[in-house]
Design a protein around this ligand. Structure first.
Ligand code: SF4
Ligand code: SF4
Length: 445
């Protein structure tokens, strides 16, 4: 089986316990809670977070967002990007080490399942080196079955942010939803069984551009070269590192942090726990620790206020203020007005000129129950007539109604600005449009 004995050096990390391993478990618990619990939570009858692609609306903490909230969505995307820039500049790859689903799943799902089914690192390596046997085959089969169950479970939970969980888990979601679940299950299965740490090393774009986001004062995991070198197990080696390689065998990325900063390092801190364990027994502080390039080179203490942190922090603050402002100020009702397809205007036999519009109304409130919306048209000359039907909507619902405006021909011989007003119990929203008459300027806006 080439997948086990090809040129690739398989990483089989040793299980380790320590401060950073516990921190990683805590951050993983947060991510698992977000992924597994949040899709089931409801707020005023609506999911806490739902991006419903079928109805083209998004619900976040009771707030309804529609495609017309483009400015808000752009501000949120920029805020997310700048928060990543800021946290990377200050804390290095904290996202990779503690919150990225790839490292969380690998370290706290895949590796524990392997250890549970295939035994310790040495047992597994011995069994794999000995070739195929019944013992090895059933363990691999059981492990892959467990990975498949996890891949499907994770993908179903993830899909719960895009389709209602009660439909998804009872087989009532759309075939498209289940196709997405099948696609992501296959991707995760490929990742768990084969690609693994190569996702960070070869595919992830964030690992590539993080070099541009960090500077000499960003936190990195670093080996204390002056204290550690020259390394060795013999009396001739006078450095602190006894070359036990424990920091290497615990690394989920299969690298040796003593070789210096490497793009493959996801800053999980497991090598710190390993060296702390070794050095504590020898009565010395750890040789691997969080540090900065500036501190390692003796160029002063860590500085928080730097041009990068000030620019990223300022931009993030402004963007978050914009998000809050736009959210607070946006209307609870969204109105769009289209002219009905066909001619701009129609001359009726009774001396009126008629324009027909389609008025689209979206209820963006989060309150339960139905609300009725009446459509009115302001700015009409005397004697004009408006025919419209009220709409009844629930939270997040969108519906359309035709509105017919008739103006006496004598008053309609020009382009006339109008305002369509939709009034509900929670307020009103307006939309400017024009009435087209048979005058010389008909056809202009
Ligand atoms: S070198 Fe250390 S911090 Fe970096 S990935 Fe390996 S164990 Fe994690
Ligand atoms: S765990 Fe510490 S002592 Fe052991 S090889 Fe790594 S740096 Fe050296």
């Amino acid at each position: 089986m080439a997948i086990f004995h090809g040129s690739r050096q398989w990483v089989v990390p040793l299980t380790i316990h320590g401060t950073f391993t516990r921190l990683h478990k805590a951050s993983s618990a947060l991510l698992f809670a977000f992924l597994l619990v949040v899709p089931w939570l409801r707020w005023k009858g609506e999911p806490l977070i739902l991006a419903d692609l079928a109805t083209r609306r998004m619900v976040v903490l009771g707030q309804i967002f529609t495609p017309s909230d483009g400015v808000l969505i752009m501000l949120l995307a920029l805020a997310a990007a700048f928060s990543l820039f800021l946290f990377t500049t200050v804390f290095g790859r904290i996202w990779c080490g503690y919150f990225c689903p790839q490292s969380v799943f690998m370290i706290n799902l895949v590796h524990p399942i392997e250890a549970w089914i295939e035994g310790t690192r040495s047992e597994r390596m011995r069994r794999d080196a000995a070739g195929w046997s019944f013992d090895r085959a059933w363990r691999k089969a059981a492990k892959w079955a467990a990975f498949a169950a996890v891949a499907v479970g994770v993908s179903m939970s993830f899909m719960g942010f895009f389709a209602r969980t009660e439909l998804l888990w009872t087989g009532q979601a759309t075939p498209g939803n289940y196709a997405v679940v099948a696609f992501f299950s296959a991707v995760w299965m490929f990742d768990f069984t084969w690609f693994r740490e190569q996702t960070c090393n070869l595919v992830c774009p964030y690992a590539r551009f993080q070099g541009a986001l960090t500077d000499d004062h960003s936190l990195v995991i670093s080996y204390d070269v002056p204290r550690g070198e020259p390394r060795g197990k013999t009396a001739r080696a006078r450095g602190g590192c006894i070359d036990c390689k424990k920091c290497v065998v615990v690394c989920p990325q299969g690298i040796d942090i003593r070789d210096g900063f490497q793009l493959e390092c996801i800053a999980c801190g497991r090598c710190i726990d390993a060296c702390t364990d070794v050095m504590t027994k020898l009565g010395h502080p750890t040789l691997v620790r969080y540090s900065t390039q500036a501190a390692d080179e003796g160029r002063g203490t860590r500085s928080w206020l730097r041009p990068r942190t000030l620019v990223y922090g300022g931009a993030l603050t402004a963007l978050l203020a914009g998000v809050v402002g736009v959210t607070v100020l946006r209307d609870a009702i969204e109105v769009q007005v289209d002219r009905a397809p066909g001619s701009l205007f129609v001359r009726d036999d009774d001396g009126f000129v008629r324009n027909t519009y389609m008025v689209h109304v979206t209820d963006r409130s989060s309150a339960e129950g139905e609300r009725t919306y009446a459509v009115a048209v302001d700015g009409l000359p005397d004697g004009s007539q408006v025919r419209s039907r009220p709409l009844t909507l629930t939270a997040g619902q969108r519906s359309s109604t035709p509105v017919v405006v008739r103006i006496p021909e004598a008053a309609a011989a020009r382009t006339l600005p109008l305002v369509v007003t939709v009034r509900g119990t929670d307020g009103e929203a307006r939309h400017a449009t024009t009435f087209k008459g048979p005058g010389a300027d008909a056809g202009k806006d």
